[in-house]
Write a protein of this length. Structure first.
Length: 254
């Protein structure tokens, strides 16, 4: 590979890797400087360019089209990862509504967006599980391996691809409800008991202390189920890896 082909391959590899790293959830925050992500992207691109074959580029318009194609690939892969991460965040948001934490929003200094207590907790917990099982290494190895295929399949306008993305979105919603369902059922029982107490003994004025009771029961329930929650997030991480490979195989199919 001569120097010109190497530079062209490096630019294309950087376009795909950088668009992925800048949009992936656990790196898309203001706490990580852009220069760090650019440096990591260049390092990964230097490894990935060795896997690239002959690049069919003969003019500048071809180069621009290939750069845009690489960026679309990176954004698509990052979007799939984000949907799985969002499932944990939505589950925490559902619990915030049940526990009464939805009004207690704080500003997250990493993203500069308001977050609630449980959604932030679930997001951090899933990120810890994801990193601890080598999820970052898996994602990077996958995107590097994808450079063995120089010409991606034109996937954006095909109905199977759109159905696949809709299926991932449905999985995100279903998974978030399944994660939050045990505590939702517990809070329903607590609300039902408090309603009976309020009706049977009005002098207790139970509605003045119901929010404190729900918070105590909810936190205790989370404490008891935290080991099982780790296993649930492990399954969610496995689903992330499966869907990441599935969409990559579709984008680069022959």
């Amino acid at each position: 590979m001569d120097i010109s082909s190497y530079l062209i391959g490096l630019i294309l590899a950087f376009s795909r890797v950088a668009s992925f790293l800048f949009m992936v959830p656990f790196l898309r925050n203001h706490g990580i400087p852009a220069i760090v992500k650019i440096t990591i992207s260049v390092a990964i691109s230097m490894v990935a360019v060795e896997k690239m074959g002959k690049i069919p580029i003969e003019s500048m318009p071809d180069m621009l089209v290939m750069i845009v194609a690489q960026m679309v690939i990176g954004f698509t892969l990052a979007y799939v990862v984000e949907m799985i991460f969002t499932a944990a965040t939505i589950a925490g948001g559902i619990l915030d509504i049940d526990l009464g934490f939805s009004a207690a929003q704080v500003m997250d200094p990493m993203t500069n967006h308001p977050v609630t207590v449980m959604s932030n907790f679930f997001s951090i917990l899933f990120t810890i599980v994801f990193i601890s099982v080598g999820g970052v290494n898996f994602l990077i190895a996958g995107i590097v391996h994808s450079f063995a295929f120089t010409t991606p399949f034109f996937f954006m306008g095909h109905m199977p691809f759109q159905d696949m993305i809709i299926g991932y979105f449905n999985y995100m919603l279903v998974a978030s409800i399944q994660i939050a369902l045990p505590l939702m059922a517990t809070m329903f029982i607590v609300n039902f008991i408090l309603l009976i107490l309020g009706k049977s003994a009005p002098q207790m004025n139970i509605f003045q202390t119901m929010f404190a009771i729900k918070i105590v029961v909810g936190i205790f329930f989370l404490y008891v189920t935290l080991p099982f929650l780790g296993e649930v997030f492990m399954d969610l991480n496995d689903a992330l890896m499966d869907k990441y490979l599935e969409i990559m195989k579709y984008m680069f199919r022959s």
